[in-house]
Design a protein around this ligand. Structure first.
Ligand code: ING
Length: 301
């Protein structure tokens, strides 16, 4: 048994006018609850420090850059890192990263129990568009504000297991999980900000979005015999609704915990990393069963 008690820290809405200084106390309150409930790891959403700003069309790069962090930890997030280190709880959260040489990524980090950053992932699959689209009910300008990630899908040894990260739209692509699965991943942690309605298909509402969220995460977990922890930033941000539905899914594809609200809500579950072994040794023993001579199109087109 290698049990990691995981806290999925769903966050409610962050309004455009709210500062990082208003958000950090909410994250620390969730961390306090995670400590009280015996967690070893806490997982926060994508872009956890700010509103989902890619819904806003901006032309002034200085205005765009104000949504980005230039270093991590930094003054705003140091209290969170300090509290996590005090509690000996590892954490993962997403934020907008501006590198010293001026690159912009939708990024997620993973720390060890001492609060040291051991892994950084930059979102690969950027949904949406890069120019203002008048046809859409609202904008989704991730291709305007972020570059595609340059990390690929690494895995890291942490907490006695093999961990990987993904971000939001990445969870809809089977390649995301398979590349980590081929590296033996035992737990994938990811955050998301998913609009409750499709900006191009208004009849597609939250039920369908929640269905596709479960479908994508359960499939990725089952098909790679890995735990997947998927954590929402949820609720209505400046009038724009985001789905909740944060999930903890086991290596057999079963949902073992699911959020009930669209607010700050902590899901806690003891995840035995050894529960991945049977799947990896039998039905998804990749070395024994896969036939890569037939898979070329996946990387060549
Ligand atoms: N959000 C959404 C997501 O992939 C989206 C965008 C929703 C794309 C539904 C396609 C269909 O969950 C982010 N931030 O990727």
């Amino acid at each position: 048994m290698r049990v990691i008690t995981v806290a999925a820290a769903q966050m409610g809405p962050i309004q455009r006018a709210e500062s990082r200084q208003a958000v950090i106390p909410r994250m620390i309150a969730l961390l306090d609850e995670a400590k009280a409930r015996g967690a070893d790891l806490i997982v926060y959403p994508e872009l956890a420090l700010t509103t989902f700003f890619p819904r806003w069309y901006m032309e002034d790069q200085a205005e765009v850059d104000a949504w980005f962090e230039r270093e991590m930890p930094n003054a705003a997030t140091m209290p969170l890192f300090a509290r996590a280190a005090e509690y000996q709880i590892a954490m993962s959260f997403g934020y907008a990263e501006r590198t010293p040489d001026g690159h912009h990524f939708n990024t997620c980090i993973l720390t060890d129990k001492s609060g040291k950053i051991v892994g950084k992932y930059r979102k690969t699959h950027l949904p949406g568009h890069s120019e203002f689209d008048p046809e859409r009910a609202f904008q989704h300008l991730e291709k305007r504000y972020f570059e595609p990630g340059d990390t690929g899908f690494p895995v890291w040894r942490n907490l006695g297991g093999i961990f990987g990260m993904a971000i939001c739209n990445d969870r809809r692509w089977p390649e995301t999980y398979r590349v980590m699965g081929l590296q033996g991943v035992e737990m994938v942690v990811l955050g998301y900000n998913t609009p409750s309605v499709n900006s191009q298909k208004s009849e597609e509402g939250p039920e369908k979005r929640l269905f596709h969220n479960r479908l994508s995460v359960q499939a990725g977990a089952y098909q790679n015999a890995t735990w997947v922890v998927a954590v929402a930033k949820a609720g209505v941000e400046d009038g724009f609704p985001l789905i909740g539905g944060s999930l903890i899914v086991d290596p057999n594809g079963e949902i073992v915990a699911e959020a009930k609200t669209e607010d700050d809500e902590l899901l806690v579950h003891p995840c035995d990393l050894d529960a991945t072994v049977f799947g990896k040794k039998t039905i998804f023993d990749f070395a024994r069963h896969r036939r890569i001579e037939h898979y070329g199109l996946i990387t060549s087109r």
